[in-house]
Design a binder for this molecule. Structure first.
Ligand code: GLA
Length: 424
């Protein structure tokens, strides 16, 4: 199994595209034989991980999110087949994963013999078919420099790379437009929800397929997965004002992730139902106090009210950040990031000590703001940092983890990068 690349100084390395393509082709040749470098029917596609600047646990509450794509990508060498068999190899997993598309379905999952990491990918083909597209089986090989288990959307990167590959090899014509890519997002989300069995929202796949280099993407989930007019690119050019976005992979083990995520989602849905609303988006900041008062009789321990307060204030903060970004007032984004973290820590209760420590240490060392990113319960934080302070923040976070007796964190810079597409 290939280890994921962290350099000697503890940075997650982003491969140049040519290296990623070569690696995926090597995995393909080892798994399926032949000389894929000389095989025109094997192409390579890739897709990025993401960071979410703000707007956490809002996607499944019809709220706002603001992701950017990472320079770290997952590379997939793929060759279509004439039957419905899917065979997958990965530099990060032992053995071959194999299934027939006929066995994949909404009732699939473990019971249907389709489980494990391949369910995410076979599920994309299944969901495209369900949406009426002529898609068949394939052999594919994967290598990735998107850190795993770090809340940076390695699963969505994998799905998105396969989605654009299937679009290309079957001539579906979806990858060339935002509207078409939104169909690929839908298929990928359906695969994650119905085949892999994770009830996540659409943030991750939207980011990997729709974010563009140099920009952040304001996603509004008010009407479900954001249609074209509700996925709005915003300029995110931190370098021009001497700023950078630093991610800290805390390497905290994910704890009870699935059950906790589902529990948060269920609480939000219960609160919305008790309030007689379709979603918590319908509770704006102005109506928040009334909503909290109305929930009180049903909420002896205050849990529902804390969850609602996070979701409502988080979408309001995301709207505020979007305005600041539009105005190029990047430095002022920092305090809202930190406020988001406090809300996720105290009200939504999805942080762990490692995330809190990374945020506190980043801010103490001069970051303009910091917060966890992604689902929580382990994973990564983001810090908005002046270029000149990056080294000091890294050193301080590293020292804080050592002092606390924790494993060394890893780091990466997150300039807004390109979406899923063909690499080779
Ligand atoms: C995970 C999920 C997303 C989103 C985030 C939290 O990344 O996959 O859909 O809910 O958590 O914002």
């Amino acid at each position: 199994m290939g280890a994921q690349p962290v350099d000697d100084a503890g940075w997650h390395v982003a491969w140049p595209p040519a290296e990623g393509a070569r690696r995926a082709r090597d995995v393909f040749a080892r798994a399926f034989g032949g000389d894929p470098a000389g095989d025109p029917v094997v192409g390579v596609w890739s897709a990025p991980g993401r960071v979410n600047l703000i707007g956490e646990h809002t996607d499944y509450n019809a709220g706002l999110c603001l992701p950017t794509a990472l320079p770290h990508r997952t590379y997939v060498a793929l060759r279509p087949r004439t039957d419905d068999v899917v065979r997958l190899a990965s530099a990060q997993a032992d053995g071959l994963w194999e299934a027939d598309l006929a066995d994949v379905g909404a009732d699939g999952g473990a019971a249907g013999g389709v489980s494990g990491w391949g369910a995410y990918l076979a599920g994309v083909a299944w969901a495209l078919r369900e949406a009426g597209h002529a898609v068949g089986g394939f052999d594919a090989a994967v290598d990735s420099c998107v850190p795993f288990g770090a809340s940076l959307s390695s699963s969505a990167a994998l799905q998105s790379a396969v989605a654009v590959a299937l679009d290309d090899v079957h001539g579906l014509g979806l990858g060339g437009s935002v509207a078409g890519r939104s169909r690929l997002v839908e298929a990928s989300v359906r695969a994650e929800n119905d085949v892999a069995g994770a009830a996540t929202g659409g943030l991750d796949q939207s980011a990997s397929l729709l974010c563009r280099a140099g920009e952040a993407l304001l996603l509004d989930f008010r009407a479900g997965l954001p249609p074209e007019e509700h996925a709005v690119p915003l300029p995110w050019d931190l370098a021009s004002v001497g700023l950078a976005l630093l991610a800290v992979d805390t390497r905290a083990p994910h704890r009870l992730v699935d059950g906790q995520y589902a529990a948060r989602r269920a609480s939000c849905e219960r609160a919305a139902a008790l309030l007689g609303r379709d979603s918590l988006r319908d509770v704006g900041p102005v109506a928040l106090d009334d909503a909290l008062a109305a929930l009180a009789p049903h909420d002896p321990d205050g849990v529902l009210r804390r969850r609602v307060r996070h979701v409502v204030t988080e979408t309001a903060r995301t709207a505020d950040v979007a305005e600041l970004v539009r105005a190029g007032a990047y430095e002022q984004v920092g305090p809202l990031m930190t406020a988001s973290h406090v809300s996720l820590r105290d009200d939504f209760e999805v942080t762990v000590p490692e995330l809190d420590l990374a945020v506190d240490a980043s801010v103490a060392a001069g970051a303009l703001g910091a917060r966890m990113t992604g689902g929580g319960f382990g994973g990564s934080t983001l810090a908005l940092v002046r270029d000149v302070d990056v080294d000091a923040v890294v050193a301080h976070v590293r020292a804080a983890f050592a002092d606390a007796g924790l494993a060394a964190p890893a780091f990466l810079l997150a300039p807004p990068s390109a979406p899923a597409g063909r690499t080779d």
